[in-house]
Structure formats: C-alpha cells, structure tokens
Design a protein around this ligand. Structure first.
Ligand code: SAM
Ligand code: SF4
Length: 328
C-alpha cells in the first residue's frame, strides 16, 4: 500500500509520458517553449510498464497518462495496451490537449483506454491562438469529435479561466459542453507556470466561477458537500442529469483527502504537485534494482508526503518543474 505518514493512501497514479508539447498555454509554458528532456533521459516504454505493474501491486487502481502532451509519445497505444493487461486491471485515462486525438481515439479505446480529459479554455479561434500561441482550435475540436465517435465516454473538458482573457467564457463553455454531451470542469489557475508569473489576484476563484455561471444556470450541489478524494466539487445543472465540476485547488484545497502520486517522464516520483523534493526511480531501474526494491522506493517517497500544498504559507516556493514537466 502507498500510504503517507498522515494516513492517506495513494491509489491514483499520474504518469507523464513526455515533457514535449505542441501548444504553449500561458499558465503552463512560455511562448518560446522549454528545453525538452533528452531522449535517453525519458523512461522507455518497458520501464514505464514495469513501474505501472509495481504500482498496481501496491494498490494503485487508477492510472492517468499525461505530459507534456501524451499523444506525442510514440509508444502510447502500446503502453495503454500493456497497462490494460495488468492485474488487477487499473482504470486507464488520458489527459490531453486533444490535437491528433481524432486519429488515435479508436486505437486507444481498442487498446484499453477507459476515459479521456481534454483541456480547452476557449471556443474562439483567435483567442485560442493568443492563449496557446498556436492556431489549433479546429484540431482540438476535431479531436473531441473523434473521441466521441470512438465511444470514449465520459469525455471531460478541463478549462482554466484567466481574468480578462477568457473568464467571460464560463457560461458559453458550459453551454457548449452540455450541447455536445461533454462534462465541463473549471480549474483554478495554480502557481505552476514555467515563467513563475502566477499572481493570486489574477486567479479566477471557484467562487467567481460559480458567480459567472449562476445567472445562466440553476446549480445545486451533487449529494453531500463532502467530495472525498475527488478534486472537483460537482454541481447539478438545470435539474440534471448533467453536472459541472469546479476544481478549487487553491481556494478549496483537497489535500487532506489526496490520493495521488506522480511519476515524471524522466522517472522521478513526485508525491505532490507542489513538492520540491523528488525521488529518483530511473537510476534505480537502470541500476538493475529488483521490483521489491523499487516498490520500497515508491513506498518511502509516499511516506514523506507533506500534509498540504502550502500555497498560503508565507514561505511558499513554487516547484522548479512547471506543470508541463510534472503532468496534471
Ligand atoms: N497537455 C495535456 C493537456 O493540456 O491536457 C496534459 C498535460 S497538462 C500539464 C494537464 C492539465 O494541467 C491541463 O488540463 C492543463 O489545463 C492543466 N494546467 C497546466 N498548467 C496549469 C496551471 N498553472 N494551473 C492549473 N492547471 C494547469
Ligand atoms: Fe501543453 Fe498541456 Fe501545458 Fe497546454 S497545459 S502547454 S497543452 S502541457
């Protein structure tokens, strides 16, 4: 079991398959991009699958492939297929910007992918180009259509709202998602951009997101307000069955119930998005350590997890790695 010293158990593993990306979302990457990891530094497909097997043996039930942009990983379909043969079989999901998903959705579903989250912050092509520094909105929308046609369900849309840039799109995004049968989720912007430019005052908070939705939709909380380890507070829209999720990682942290652990594309364990310490699995893997020894490394990395992200602490320091190299 992957337990920390506060009694939380990690069952949700996020594996970054690359730090490369074909977009430059301003809350994640600078317009000029970043230096990518060198090929040999990135875990091979065999190394990834071996670590997944060890993690599943330690009680991980959910594996999410992320990045950078995971669709850029050449071996993605094969990794998904091999992961789907692990026992007990984990739930397999993907977080992607959607570019190229149309082409790959059917083979990913056939390989065993269960669910997909697509990140999309605007429905306006010019705004998309200015927020991501790439004119690719049509490709994202085509990717979404391909995912739906391939039968991937549910399809969740993740949007980060930014003050003065796209915060007027909360209601239009939700309306569009309802029309297409996608599940909309809004995420507070976190201090994880490579440029270290995050300012609390610029963040559109969960409360503000609700304020922007309420004039147009009737929202009632789903069940009890206790969301367990789920990051999103879910709201029933206009009497249901559709819902909208709001992930207030900064103003409504869910650290006390966190069940996540991450492995970066270069094989570093991160026990928290905001961790400043990492635990090297790659060197151990390549030094020929046994599965048992690697499992012990995962266990001790989890034990060291801090109680919370500490964004409100006076001494808070943003992690050196940006979100694109951690994997959301
Ligand atoms: N490239 C894929 C994508 O965009 O979905 C996967 C990697 S991306 C780092 C994963 C998620 O992190 C996306 O939903 C993105 O919106 C989110 N993200 C990136 N930087 C963020 C930030 N500073 N605050 C909140 N969410 C962020
Ligand atoms: Fe790329 Fe995803 Fe970061 Fe956007 S959020 S720059 S799509 S890794």
């Amino acid at each position: 079991m992957l337990k920390d010293s506060y009694g939380r158990v990690a069952t949700d593993l996020r594996v970054s398959l690359t730090d490369r990306c074909n977009l430059r979302c301003s809350y994640c990457m600078p317009p000029e991009g970043l230096d990518w990891l060198a090929g040999p530094d990135v875990l091979t497909d065999d190394e990834v699958v071996r670590l997944l097997g060890i993690a599943v043996g330690l009680g991980v039930t959910d594996v999410r492939f992320t990045g950078g942009e995971p669709l850029l990983r050449r071996g993605l379909t094969d990794i998904v297929s091999r992961a789907s043969r692990l026992r007990p079989r984990p739930e397999l999901s993907l977080t992607t910007n959607g570019i190229g998903l149309g082409r790959m959705a059917a083979s990913l579903r056939d390989a065993g992918l269960d669910r997909v989250n697509v990140s999309l912050d605007t429905l306006d092509p010019q705004r998309f180009a200015s927020l991501t520094h790439r004119d690719r909105l049509a490709d994202v929308l085509a990717g979404l259509e391909g995912a739906a046609a391939a039968g991937l369900n549910p399809i969740k849309i993740n949007a980060v709202l930014m003050r003065g840039l796209n915060d007027d799109e909360a209601a239009p995004l939700l309306r569009w998602a309802l029309e297409h049968g996608y599940r909309m989720r809004f995420i507070e912007q976190m201090p994880l951009d490579a440029q270290h430019g995050w300012k609390r005052a610029d963040m559109v908070t969960a409360d503000e997101i609700l304020e922007r939705l309420r004039p147009e939709f009737d929202l009632s909380p789903v069940g009890k307000r206790d969301r367990g380890s789920a990051p999103a507070e879910e709201w029933v829209v206009d009497g249901g069955p559709a819902t909208v999720g709001i992930i207030g990682s900064v103003t409504r942290p869910f650290c006390a119930a966190c069940d996540r652990v991450r492995i970066t594309a270069d094989g570093q364990i991160r026990n928290c998005l905001f961790a400043r310490d990492e635990f090297d699995l790659r060197a151990a893997l390549r030094d020929g350590e046994s599965d048992h020894a690697l499992a012990e490394r995962l266990r001790s990395a989890m034990w060291a997890k801090k109680p919370g992200h500490g964004i409100d602490d006076l001494g808070f320091l943003q992690p050196t790695r940006p979100m694109s190299a951690i994997g959301g």
